[in-house]
Design a protein around this ligand. Structure first.
Ligand SMILES: Nc1nc2c(ncn2[C@@H]2O[C@H](COP(=O)(O)O[C@H]3[C@@H](O)[C@H](n4cnc5c(=O)[nH]c(N)nc54)O[C@@H]3COP(=O)(O)O)[C@@H](O)[C@H]2O)c(=O)[nH]1
Length: 681
């Protein structure tokens, strides 16, 4: 123990020194006989205790204590007095000294006990002071509204929040009970929490809303027992975090484009509906809706229009169902509906018809009048049957059937449909290996010059030589190739084989232009231009003998940088044709901006020539346009002489169709090219 003894009387000092050495084995005693020396020692050394005589040569009475205390306020001071100033010593002991001793009345043991108590008390005092300081800092720093209540729930103390304005004066609370100060519902919950806190069951909290002058605000109140008599209530404004929570919930459960539930919320709703149906034995209908022609609109008019269209579609579907039903956007142009309380299949059919009718009406999007349709697949859940995923799969399978049945219709799921879906899956798997197994072959359909009747070009048409099914037409697998992305490698193979064949005809002295179809996905593939350049170089086909057939949508989608791609393709020296011209609901303005060489009149307009007035008008208009803009014109699907006459009279440049030749394998086409010129009959 390190002791500073401040005593000017050498005798008294010596006496104390002896007493201390008697009772303390390990003790360092520093002696000062003036206050000045005592202060110097106290500044230089950390003492455990100071024994202080109040009457010193340089200071007298209470000021002796206070001057030393100011310097070492954290060291316990025991005041030593004579009998005559015991009153002063008592006062000082109450004011800050740890204790006092009357000189001559103490022995060593007593002195030791007094010192130990003094040190203990001082330590406790310091700890208390520190913990009070912490509580005060905490109290000041807490941004929340703090309310202290008695154990019955009467407000005692109010500290306003730093973070938010309640617009309620402290008087509204102070002196009042919870029930007097708060609205009934909130007060009931607050009392419950207070009781829990009083019972010492930790922190009890609840969230609530209050209608305040500034609007509805969300609060959280936490109650904790603060002392024997008081409970602390911490009130926090959680409006902001509630809003964030709501936004996060919205983002996680709703589709941001249409505001409809997304797949996650749809699944939850379906699960709830199933649980309810299990109890009530009700039937649920699940519909899968896929828009017809949406992709075309998106590709031709752009994604902005596509997005707005989806919003309108979502709104129209919502109007066709009851509030208890759910409509969700599952992604892309796919929507799903859960109908609850379905009595019979007819109920679901009525809703499906309503949806189809609603979506059949034109949509006005950014001054465009656009038409979509819907293919709907329907399946039913009866208690205890399929789980959620199976239901959706079945509705999806039924939807595919609706598409195959010509779109704009609905189909109920039946187990036979699974076989078709299975076949589709098997076909997709076979297609994945078809390229490696050399199962693809190319047919070529001649294009005949109207003037002179010679074969000047051929269109390359893909066929699949299936090991079991024989020759499969592209109508059965091109869409599967598209969906699976296989169209990119397969399309490259078509291009390469066509160019090699084109070069072979060129070398054989029967040069013909080869027209190759490009699919949208192939066109959008970033490596397309490089692939065409490489294939031309490798095959040695003069570029002017290659024509690429593109759809109108590829020309229209200029927003995606595809204009540049067209220009790059054109720069390779190949020609570009617009296939099925007139079938895409698109603006004609692009014709003058893009490097187009050939317009191919869609065969649907040729089919009913010359009797159908509309088709005649369209075919005439397209041919007129081609002549005016200096494009080459090709009529597809020419099957009879009347069609050919009509087209010839309107100065069509080339014919393609069964009237002249079906698509042919290479050998047969070689015979044709080597034979005499073809004549139409
Ligand atoms: N991306 C690619 N698409 C391709 C490729 N090969 C073909 N296709 C596309 O598949 C569609 C169907 O082709 P296909 O079954 O070969 O039908 C073509 C002709 O056989 C048919 N045609 C030709 N003349 C007549 C006729 O007089 N009557 C009649 N009913 N049909 C006829 O038309 C199809 C050619 O059409 P088009 O391409 O519009 O010129 C077809 O859409 C192909 O585009 C490929 O390699 N890649």
């Amino acid at each position: 123990m390190k002791i500073l003894l401040v005593e000017d009387n050498q005798g008294d000092a010596r006496l104390l020194e002896i007493m201390l050495h008697d009772v303390l084995t390990a003790c360092t005693l520093t002696h000062a006989d003036t206050l000045g020396k005592a202060i110097s020692h106290a500044c230089l050394m950390q003492f455990d205790i100071i024994l202080l005589d109040l009457s010193l040569p340089d200071s007298q009475g209470s000021s002796t204590f206070w001057r030393l205390h100011d310097v070492v306020s954290n060291v316990p001071i025991v005041v030593m007095t004579g009998h005559d100033d015991e009153v002063l010593a008592t006062e000082l002991a109450q004011a800050g000294a740890q204790d006092y001793l009357v000189k001559g009345s103490v022995d060593g043991r007593w002195l030791l006990r007094v010192m130990r108590y003094a040190i203990e008390r001082k330590r406790a005092e310091l700890e208390l002071r520190q913990s009070e300081a912490k509580v005060r800092a905490l109290y000041e720093a807490v941004p929340d509204l703090l309310l202290f209540l008695d154990l019955e729930g009467r407000f005692l103390e109010y500290k306003p929040a730093k973070d938010f304005q309640t617009h309620i004066e402290p008087e509204h609370f102070l002196g009042k009970t919870i029930h007097e100060a708060l609205p009934e519902g909130v007060a009931d919950q607050a009392m419950l929490c207070l009781e829990k806190a009083v019972a010492g069951r930790g922190i009890a909290s609840f969230e609530y809303q209050m209608a305040l002058p500034q609007g509805v605000t969300n609060y959280e109140s936490r109650f904790i027992r603060a002392s024997e008599e008081q409970v602390l209530c911490i009130v926090r404004d959680i409006s902001e975090s509630k809003r964030t929570q709501q936004q996060l919930h919205f983002l996680a459960h709703y589709d941001t484009l249409t505001g409809l539930p997304n797949r996650l919320l749809f699944n939850e709703s379906l699960q709830q509906a199933q649980t309810y149906a299990n109890r009530t034995s009700d039937t649920i209908a699940v519909m899968f809706i896929d828009l017809d022609r949406f992709k075309n609109i998106n590709d031709t008019l752009g994604h902005g229009v596509g997005d707005k269209l989806l919003q309108q579609v979502g709104a129209r579907i919502s109007l066709c169902i009851r509030e208890s039903d759910t409509v969700a956007r599952m992604g892309g142009d796919e929507f799903a509906v859960v109908l609850v309380n379905v009595r019979e299949e007819r109920d679901a059919a009525v809703v499906a018809e309503k949806i189809i009718d609603a979506l059949r009406l034109p949509f006005m999007v950014d001054d465009h009048e656009v038409f979509v349709g819907a293919s709907i697949g329907i399946t039913f859940y009866r208690p205890g049957q399929d789980d959620r995923d199976v239901l959706l799969e079945k509705a999806d399978v039924a939807m595919y059937h609706a598409k195959e049945r010509g779109r704009n219709n609905y189909q109920f799921y039946s187990s036979e449909m699974d076989e078709v879906a299975y076949e589709r899956l098997v076909m997709e798997n076979h297609l994945r290996h078809a390229l490696d197994r050399n199962e693809f072959i190319l047919y070529y359909q001649p294009q005949i010059a109207v003037e002179g009747g010679r074969v000047t070009a051929v269109e390359t048409l893909l066929r699949w030589q299936h090991p079991e099914r024989g020759l499969v037409a592209p109508g059965e697998f091109i869409s599967l190739l598209e969906e699976s992305g296989l169209i990119v490698p397969v399309g490259k193979w078509v291009l390469k084989t066509s160019c090699q064949q084109g070069r072979a005809w060129y070398d054989a002295g029967t040069p013909v232009r080869v027209a190759v179809n490009l699919s949208v996905r192939q066109f959008k593939h970033p490596g397309l231009v490089a692939d065409v350049a490489e294939i031309l170089a490798e095959s040695g086909l003069p570029p002017e003998l290659l024509e690429l057939e593109l759809t109108e949508s590829m020309f229209m989608d200029s927003a995606t940088g595809d204009v540049n791609k067209l220009t790059q393709l054109k720069a390779l020296g190949v020609s570009l044709a617009i296939d099925d011209f007139g079938s895409g609901a698109s603006s004609l303005a692009y014709l003058k901006d893009f490097p187009v060489d050939t317009l191919k009149i869609c065969q649907s307009f040729v089919l009913n020539l010359p009797h159908n007035n509309d088709d005649s008008a369209i075919a005439s208009a397209v041919l007129g346009l081609a002549q005016a803009m200096n494009f080459t014109s090709v009529a597809e699907g020419v099957e009879n002489a009347q069609q050919a006459d009509f087209l010839r009279e309107r100065r069509c440049d080339y014919f393609q169709g069964f009237l002249f030749s079906k698509p042919l394998p290479v050998d047969e086409l070689n015979q044709l090219l080597n034979g005499s010129k073809l004549q139409d009959n």
